[in-house]
Write a protein that binds this ligand. Sequence first.
Ligand code: NIG
Ligand code: FE
Length: 409
Amino acid sequence: MNTSRWQTLWLNINLATMTQGSSGYGVIEEAALAISEGKIVWLGKAQDLPGFDKANVDVIDGKGHWMTPGLIDCHTHLVYGGNRANEFEMRLQGKSYEEIAKAGGGIVSTVKATRAATEDELLAEALPRLTALHQQGVTTVEIKSGYGLDTITEIKMLKVAGQLSEKLPVTVKRTFLGAHAVPVEYKDDPDAYINLVCNEMIPQVAEQKLADAVDVFCEGIGFDLQQTECVFATAKQHDLRIKVHAEQLSDLGGTELAARYNALSSDHLEFLSEAGVKAMSEANMTAVLLPGAFYFLRETKQPPIEYLRKYGVAMAIATDANPGSSPICSLQLMLNMACTLFRLTPAEALAGVTCHGAKALGLSATKGMLKVGYDADLACWDIEQPAELCYQFGVNPLSALIKAGRKVI
Ligand code: NIG
Ligand code: FE
């Protein structure tokens, strides 16, 4: 073992490597972990540590804490203008999310505020949201556009998402969600809007390399299967990966369509059928579960967790941070809700924000696990056992955060 390139060595630490998918934490107690040039270069039992040059290695005492991969929030809409507290009040008075959307509120009302905001204003509004996630252990986040619904504003949102990664040590993966809602100016001709998404927006987004993936809200209040397929086909032509918001409020079959396009993930999924789960399994897709939206919209229909387990579909957990259905910037709270609301085990939930979150973003080869050769994005927690990360919230047990080998908290 050549240890001469080691730069940092963590000692006196317990590892939850998350290398076993949903079936466990992949625990190595009384461990050590070495880092070089932003990558994990050695990990294992401290007693098996090879000799190294103490003068040239920065040795850090892990104080008996637990280390996990840096957390991954694989589904957010955290760049937007304004807020929708007024709609929250309307819902408390009995109006449904769909009724509000149909009456010109919902996504369309955030579009107004987002169009009116400058890039700097959007950045200033988004920064505290990303900071909140980061301070709770997030080192990778996905951010979607979708509150512009015109070419200029969609591009503005994606640029702001990119700027966020320069403000904080967080990897930002961007997803173009032009097909999030029909903008008012296309109210009577949604197909014409889909043409704009396919013929103007996606080509520009691809050309300027502003996104890694394309998403569609496939739903009664979003886009139908035919419109969704147009967007998927165009994304494919431009070599962009595919994601979908599907089966959130009804079962339209968006997930099965996405499976035919080799999508990375289908997200929400409360109304997903067994056939849909099978299709996901065959296409090796990730199911992104969003307990914050389920909670905030007071949904009662559970996603088909038992089928997802039965067919071995990887389950990721994310905040869905957005102004309408999940104004929540805490992945720790999502860990708790995944267990209390969806009955995931704590190990499944933690896999959902590490290895499976990485899978939902196409990052399985570099992030989401403690493994030699993987990025040294690491979170240290002052806890006695990993389940505490799901059990308790409101007290932040994060004791250190390492991004690409560098201690940032
Ligand atoms: O993921 N479902 C569609 N989009 C968002 C909600 C966006 C909004 O209401 O502003 C979601 O829940
Ligand atoms: Fe969403």
